[in-house]
Design a protein around this ligand. Structure first.
Ligand SMILES: NC(=O)c1ccc[n+]([C@@H]2O[C@H](COP(=O)([O-])OP(=O)(O)OC[C@H]3O[C@@H](n4cnc5c(N)ncnc54)[C@H](O)[C@@H]3O)[C@@H](O)[C@H]2O)c1
Ligand SMILES: O=C(O)C[C@H](O)C(=O)O
Length: 313
C-alpha cells in the first residue's frame, strides 16, 4: 500500500484553516494544523470539524489540530501561514517586522522536526518572508518556495474570464515579480485558448485589468474590513502542494531564490518555475522586452528594499 503524504500547515487562521480543508478535499495527504498554544483547543476543534467532513466527501485522510511541533515530524510538505494580516490602509510591507520574527521562530521549529521537508511560505510580505525562511532553515534553495504568482495570476485570469465571458479553463495569464503593487502581469505571454490576449481585448481594457490585478489583495482587504483574502490564497497553495506532492512538474509562477536567473543575484522573486517532487525543479527564463525587464527590475528593487529591513533587524 502507498504511504500517505504528510502535510503540516502552520497558522490555523483564515488562510491556514482554509488550506487544510482544501488539501483534505483533494485527498493530498494526512494533515497537521498547528497554531500557538493559547489557541490549541480552537485549532483542535477546526481540525476535528474538517475530519468529520471527510466521510461526506469521500476523502481518506487524517486531520489533526495541535500546538506541538512534534506532531509535524517528518512532514513531506510544510506550509507556513503564521503571522498577522494587514488591515485597510496598510501595505503588506507594514507587516515585515512582526512577521519576520514569527516566520523565523516557526521555521526553526519546523526544520528541527522535518529536516527533509519542502517549505511553502505564505506570510507577508511574502518575498521577504521566503528569504527569512531560507536563511533560517539552511535548506537548499529548491526546498524553500513562496506563494504569490499562482494567486496573482488567478486574479488576472478571473477578471479576463469574466470580461470575455469564457471558461476560466481557457485563460492563461502569467504574473511575475514582487507580490505587491509593482508585480508584473506579462500580457504578451497571456492567452485565451491559445489566442494572444492582445488580439481579444483593447489595450486600454487590458491595462485596467492589469491595474486591478496589482491591487487585487487590497481590494479584498478593503471589502473585508478586518483581514485579508483566504479562499483564493488557499486554492493557490493547494495547487502548488499538489504539484509537489504528486511530482506533477507543473509550470507555475512561484517565489524562488535567484542566482543569476533573469539577471538577479541573491534575491527571492516571483518567476516561472517547474514545481515537482523536489520543490522547484527548475526556473524557466523568459525572453523579456526592454519594458518588461524594466518593470521586473522595479519589482526586484521593491523586494530588495524589504529584505534590507529584514537583514538589518
Ligand atoms: N502570499 C500571499 O499571497 C498571501 C495571501 C493571503 C494571506 N497572506 C498572509 O498570510 C498570513 C496569514 O493570513 P491569515 O488571513 O491566515 O491571518 P490570520 O490572522 O487569520 O491567521 C494567522 C494565524 O497565525 C497564527 N500565528 C501567529 N503567530 C504564530 C506562531 N508563532 N506560531 C504559529 N501560529 C502563529 C495566529 O494565531 C493566527 O491563527 C498574513 O501574513 C497574510 O498577509 C499572504
Ligand atoms: O493583500 C493581502 O494583504 C493578502 C494577500 O497578499 C493577498 O494578495 O490577498
Amino acid at each position: 500500500m502507498l504511504k500517505r503524504k504528510k502535510i503540516s500547515v502552520i497558522g490555523a487562521g483564515f488562510t491556514g484553516a482554509t488550506t487544510a480543508f482544501m488539501l483534505g478535499l483533494k485527498e493530498l495527504g494526512d494533515i497537521v494544523l498547528l497554531d500557538i498554544p493559547q489557541l490549541e483547543n480552537p485549532t483542535r476543534g477546526k481540525a476535528l470539524d474538517m475530519l468529520e467532513a471527510m466521510p461526506v466527501v469521500g476523502s481518506d485522510v487524517h486531520i489533526v489540530g495541535t500546538s506541538s511541533y512534534e506532531d509535524t515530524a517528518d512532514s513531506d510538505l510544510v506550509i507556513i501561514t503564521a503571522g498577522v494580516a494587514r488591515k485597510p490602509g496598510m501595505s503588506r510591507d507594514d507587516l515585515v517586522n512582526t512577521n519576520a520574527g514569527i516566520v523565523k521562530s516557526v521555521t526553526e521549529q519546523v526544520v528541527r522536526f522535518s529536516p527533509n521537508t519542502v517549505l511553502i511560505i505564505l506570510s507577508n510580505p511574502v518575498d521577504a518572508m521566503t528569504y527569512v525562511a531560507y536563511k533560517t532553515s539552511g535548506f537548499p534553495k529548491e526546498r524553500v518556495i513562496g506563494q504569490a504568482g499562482v494567486l496573482d495570476t488567478a486574479r488576472f485570469n478571473a477578471f479576463v474570464a469574466e470580461e470575455l465571458s469564457v471558461s476560466v479553463d481557457e485563460v492563461h495569464g502569467f504574473v511575475l515579480g514582487v507580490h505587491g503593487d509593482d508585480m508584473v502581469p506579462l500580457v504578451r505571454y497571456s492567452n485565451v485558448g491559445g489566442v494572444p490576449l492582445e488580439k481579444l481585448l483593447p489595450a486600454k481594457r487590458i491595462e485596467e485589468i492589469v491595474q486591478r490585478t496589482r491591487t487585487g489583495g487590497g481590494e479584498i482587504v478593503n471589502l473585508l474590513g478586518n483581514g485579508s483574502a483566504y479562499y483564493a490564497p488557499a486554492a493557490s497553495l493547494t495547487q502548488m502542494a499538489e504539484a509537489i506532492l504528486k511530482d506533477k512538474r507543473r509550470l507555475l509562477p512561484a517565489i524562488a531564490y535567484l542566482q543569476g536567473e533573469f539577471g538577479y543575484e541573491d534575491l527571492f522573486l516571483g518567476v516561472p518555475t517547474v514545481l515537482g517532487g523536489k520543490g522547484i525543479e527548475r526556473i524557466v527564463e523568459l525572453e523579456l522586452t526592454e519594458e518588461e525587464k524594466a518593470a521586473l527590475d522595479k519589482s526586484a528593487q521593491s523586494v530588495r528594499n524589504v529584505i534590507k529591513v529584514v537583514s538589518n533587524r
